[in-house]
Design a protein around this ligand. Structure first.
Ligand SMILES: *[C@@H]1O[C@H](CO)[C@@H](O)[C@H](O)[C@H]1NC(C)=O
Ligand SMILES: CC(=O)N[C@H]1CO[C@H](CO)[C@@H](O)[C@@H]1O
Length: 741
């Protein structure tokens, strides 16, 4: 009894603080001093005459000033890291009977980019959560209104009757059939008989091939259409941008077809394609999520909402319970609006060529944000408290009350067709007119990163958020596998960040007083990305050109001013390397990450900046049409071998190649002049050491670009047109620059 009484006081989760804070602070302070000396050097050594680079010098000062200030914003992330650990056994002991309902939202938008088989696997994996099935509802929003996706879900609802009992009986995990069959074969898995395994695998493969055939042909066979209800909805369908609401409750959790082969009830499964009309804005994913919020409130009205992308599957059938430990904690739970898990990827290669794993944000920075009030909401793998997402302000009355189960059971009250009709009205185009949806309620509209701005807005309403980064990943997705894809993704993010900065909820001014100053700084750190492009470009171009000309822009090795520069370069590089290794990366992975760091600053952020400015002035059709498509052939083989995939020509790649070549030409030209023309040997390495180093590192980092320009023969190389353009541009820049003086 005593033990039981004591247990009442155990919290449902614990929070641990990271180590090494003091060391980090001392190191940062020393680095900051060095940065101050660099600024001082720049200010006190401005050359008198223009031909010694007076204006260029001032430019460098501003670049360094900006880098230094931006570096300061990095600190709140690392000031105090916290790590969360939920205790799900205590949750079961205390709350098993009154676990809340959970609505799971899966959004898909394009059956070609997001194949229906993938969506179906995501849905099956979350349906099989180890959780009372009558309390789980899965909603799929299909913004393409594709009958193939609908077909895949219909098939999934039938397959689930076998799959869910199978998962339960054999404790299958991961619960995505595709992932499970990929990792397990009947021989390696002793818990079920080979026969059972073969049966379920056959069932799955048959279904998969039926769906893939339908996707290939582009239509669902007539005889299949008659087998499932709901296809008639597509009779009046004209195009994906112009159709009425299609809503089907595929599994309703009460009649016999909604029970599995063991007679157990299965989670509710709903397909929704909200109404779309060409003349009315649909607000992309935010619009889809808001429709789901309303429709689900009519059907199951779960207190907790899980939002997953359709390309991610659950890798841990317990993660729902883990997340609930945070919400249901008696002391701190009531102030938590959302629990974010990191976005993890199953197909990141060892050295992560495109930096897709985003180690530093997920392993370091989000932990630091958690201590300050909560991480970003990143649009997937996130558990929400419904009322917080729906616009409620936090106040002292927001107490956890899970006993009261305020769920009105609409399912029992209304007949199914009635319920479908009522819900459809909530997903119509005009429903949101003159309401607060998209402004204060639900996800916010008008931003390319609707998730980030929504998370910020929730925090401004007084809520907190939690970052939960479990050893065993809660969800696994797919990372970009080509360079253009990665760059376009960063462009969208940085553009969105810029919009957040300019928005009504700007972390730079509006958020003041609502969230902690540290959290404000971290938001600014992410939202200022676009402003990094100009100084980085300046630093990549100007010192190299001046190296070619032989004009020093940095102190000589023998000067005492050399010390702060060297300390900043060496200290910061080692720190970053250390952090990267600590978060589980490899040395080569760090080098790759550095390359992507450079590329996204010189291309993605620049294009995002220009695009945003153009849009502000009303040019909505941006001049930079970027193609993210690449030749399909052997892409995955090259990806496995970590060979960089460039693919088609695009302005981004031309810029990238021009910068790479410019640095190569400058370095080679300088060597030529020094060693062969003026016969001074390598004395320049002493007088202009930092410039040589900078150009040298830029050349080394760009080695894959030179290979792709001139040496590689495969389809992933840079096209000849890019090679021609960039070589011409870089050469003429060098020649012109030298000639002018
Ligand atoms: C996914 O789950 C499996 C167990 O089902 C586990 O072995 C694996 O480590 C998990 N993957 C990741 C990336 O955590
Ligand atoms: C969807 C996708 O691109 N999956 C790929 C992930 O990476 C593995 C190899 O690491 C490929 O086999 C998959 O096709």
């Amino acid at each position: 009894m005593a033990a039981a009484a004591a247990e009442e006081y155990y919290p449902l989760f614990e929070t641990k603080r990271g180590k090494g804070r003091v060391l980090y602070r001392i190191f940062s302070l020393s680095l900051f001093l060095a940065i101050c000396f660099i600024w001082l050097y720049r200010v006190s050594h401005i050359p008198r005459e223009a031909q010694h680079g007076r204006w260029v010098w001032i430019g460098l000062f501003f670049a360094e000033l900006w880098f230094g200030l931006y570096w300061l914003l990095r600190h709140p992330f690392r000031w105090n890291l916290v790590f969360r650990q939920p205790f799900r056994h205590i949750l079961s002991q205390r709350y098993e009977k009154i676990l809340p309902r959970v609505d799971i939202f899966v959004c898909t938008a394009d059956p070609v980019i997001e194949p229906p088989v993938m969506v179906m696997n995501t849905v099956l994996s979350v349906m099989a959560y180890e959780y009372p099935p009558e309390k789980v509802s899965v909603y799929v929003s299909d913004d393409a209104a594709s009958d193939i996706t609908f077909y895949a879900l219909s098939e999934a609802s039938t397959f689930a009757r076998h799959w869910l009992p199978f998962c339960k009986r054999f404790k299958v995990d991961p619960t995505s059939p595709l992932a499970y069959f990929n990792t397990v074969s009947s021989s390696t898995h002793p818990i079920h008989t080979a026969e059972e395994f073969a049966t379920i695998k056959k069932l799955y493969q048959d279904m998969e091939s039926r769906i893939e055939n339908a996707a290939k042909v582009g239509e669902v066979p007539k005889e299949v259409q008659s087998k499932y209800k709901g296809f008639s909805e597509w009779d009046s369908y004209s195009s994906r941008r112009d159709h009425h609401t299609i809503l089907q409750i595929l599994l309703n959790g009460k009649d016999s077809s909604s029970k599995d082969v063991d007679g157990q009830v299965m989670p509710i499964l709903v397909y929704l394609a909200r109404e779309k009309r060409p003349q009315l804005p649909h607000n992309f994913k935010a619009g889809a999520m808001n429709s789901l919020l309303r429709v689900s409130s009519m059907i199951s009205n779960g207190e907790i909402i899980l939002n997953v992308d359709c390309d991610m599957y659950s890798n841990n059938s317990q993660s729902l319970r883990d997340a609930l430990c945070f919400f249901m904690d008696e002391v701190k739970g009531h102030e938590i609006a959302f629990v974010q898990t990191p976005q993890c990827f199953e197909n990141v290669t060892k050295n992560d060529l495109y930096g897709g794993a985003m180690r530093i944000p997920y392993e370091v920075e989000f932990h630091g944000m958690d201590a300050l009030g909560g991480p970003l909401y990143i649009g997937t793998g996130c558990f929400h408290r419904r009322e917080a997402l729906c616009g409620r302000k936090f106040n002292d009355q927001c107490k956890n009350d899970w006993n009261g189960c305020r769920n009105i059971d609409h399912m029992k009250e209304a007949s199914l067709p009635e319920l479908e009709e009522k819900s459809k009205a909530l997903a119509s185009c005009t429903y949101e007119e003159n309401t607060l949806w998209g402004k204060e309620t639900g996800l916010l509209y008008g931003c390319a990163v609707e998730d980030v701005i929504t998370g910020l807005c929730i925090k401004c309403r007084g809520w907190k958020a939690v970052y939960y980064n479990p050893e065993r990943r809660a969800f696994l997705g797919v990372a970009p596998t080509t360079l253009p894809e990665a760059l376009v993704q960063h462009k969208r993010w940085s553009e969105g960040g810029f919009q957040v900065l300019l928005s009504k909820y700007s972390p730079a001014y509006y958020a003041c007083g609502f969230i902690s100053p540290g959290l404000q700084m971290t938001y600014c750190y992410y939202n200022l990305w676009v402003f990094l492009s100009w100084p980085t470009l300046y630093y990549c171009i100007i010192p190299s050109l001046y190296l070619l000309k032989g004009i020093p822009l940095f102190p000589q090795i023998s000067s005492p001013w050399f010390i702060p520069f060297a300390y900043v370069v060496v200290g910061d590089s080692f720190y970053c390397l250390f952090e990267f290794l600590w978060s589980g990366g490899t040395i080569k992975g760090w080098w790759n990450d550095l390359r992507i760091w450079l590329y996204k600053r010189t291309t993605s952020y620049l294009f995002a900046f220009v695009d945003t400015i153009l849009k502000l002035f009303g040019y909505s059709d941006s001049a930079f049409v970027i193609s993210a498509k690449v030749a399909e052939e052997n892409v995955s083989q090259r990806y496995e071998k970590e060979v960089m995939e460039f693919g088609n020509s695009s302005p981004m790649l031309t810029l990238l190649a021009t910068l790479a070549l410019l640095n190569l030409f400058c370095l080679l030209g300088m060597l030529l002049r020094q060693v062969f023309i003026s016969k001074r040997g390598l004395r320049i390495c002493e007088t202009m050491a930092l410039q040589v180093l900078l150009s040298g590192v830029l050349v080394l980092i760009n080695v894959p670009v030179y290979q792709a320009l001139y040496l590689r023969k495969d389809k992933g190389r840079l096209p000849t047109s890019v090679a021609f353009k960039s070589t011409t541009l870089a050469l003429s820049a060098c020649v012109l620059f030298v000639a002018i003086s």
